[in-house]
Design a protein around this ligand. Sequence first.
Ligand code: ATP
Ligand code: MG
Length: 201
Amino acid sequence: MTDTERAERHRNRMQRKKEVVDAAITRADKEKGLLLVHTGNGKGKSSSAFGMIARALGHGMHVGVAQFIKGRSDTGEEAFFRKQENVVWHVLGEGFTWDTQNLARDTETAQHGWATVQEMLRDPTLDLIILDELTYPLKFGWLDLSAVLHDLENRPAMQHVVITGRGAPDALCEAADTITEMRDIKHAFRAGIQAQKGIDL
Ligand code: ATP
Ligand code: MG
């Protein structure tokens, strides 16, 4: 095949691809507040959700964050985004369950936290809400899944919600518009490397 023929073939292939992509873009003409779930055992669930905060702020949108489980407040994202005027950031957890070892207290903490989330889910001025590590209080039964789904369903029509955490329950996945499963192929921690600032926290 000559170079001219190869170039012509490439042009034709790209032309067909463009037609398919353009048709798909034309078909996707709906708008709605999305429910996204980041789950799986691999790294990247929370950091991807926090990346969306930057996207949203770049568009002048308002963002609310609720972090479950982790009582720690030392991530770079929290330090950075708390300084942004269009962000409200709530840390609602008290630490890992194996730290507290008190079911009644964990349940109370989670339910108290959910009341804060309910306020955000009723606030149409919040364009994006991140519910970081929400899957854990659901998994441990500290929060009632059907009540949580009900509140999510009744949020403002254009409000986006991102939920992170391993083991997302099936019913939550059914309700979601977009689900990403992070797959753990290799993680430095297993080679004995401690959590690194700017990468892991
Ligand atoms: P990140 O916040 O980095 O996006 P994540 O939200 O996907 O991670 P979590 O389960 O919330 O994962 O755990 C957060 C911390 O645990 C981070 O320091 C992360 O690097 C680490 N981590 C995540 N996945 C793994 C893994 N498969 N093995 C070991 N450590 C992990
Ligand atoms: Mg996380």
